[in-house]
Design a protein around this ligand. Structure first.
Ligand code: FES
Length: 88
């Protein structure tokens, strides 16, 4: 089934990219273009990411990509590429 009509990307392609390591909508867009035009498919892409991450147990992780940051400092830390977890 087509998820992104603008870029002719199917759910199968999106799932494959997620299984290959893409964990955000931006990463999906970089790899296949889905979600980078009109944006009408972004909700579906988010749903597929959540489904796939849930299937592998990552969606429940507090540092998962779809989880809101606990604080602005944590968000800054996460966007800088470091862990949101500090040593005790
Ligand atoms: S339907 Fe995906 S960007 Fe337009």
């Amino acid at each position: 089934m087509y998820v992104c009509l603008c870029k002719a990307v199917t759910d199968r392609t999106v799932r494959s990219l997620i299984r290959g390591g893409a964990e955000t909508r931006a990463e999906i867009g970089e790899r296949c273009g889905a979600g980078t035009d009109c944006g009408g498919c972004r909700g579906q892409i988010d749903d597929l990411i959540e489904e796939e991450l849930e299937a592998r147990g990552c969606a429940s992780c507090p540092s998962g990509p779809l989880r809101p940051a606990a604080s602005p400092a944590a968000a800054a830390s996460a966007s800088a590429g470091s862990s949101v977890f500090a040593p005790a």
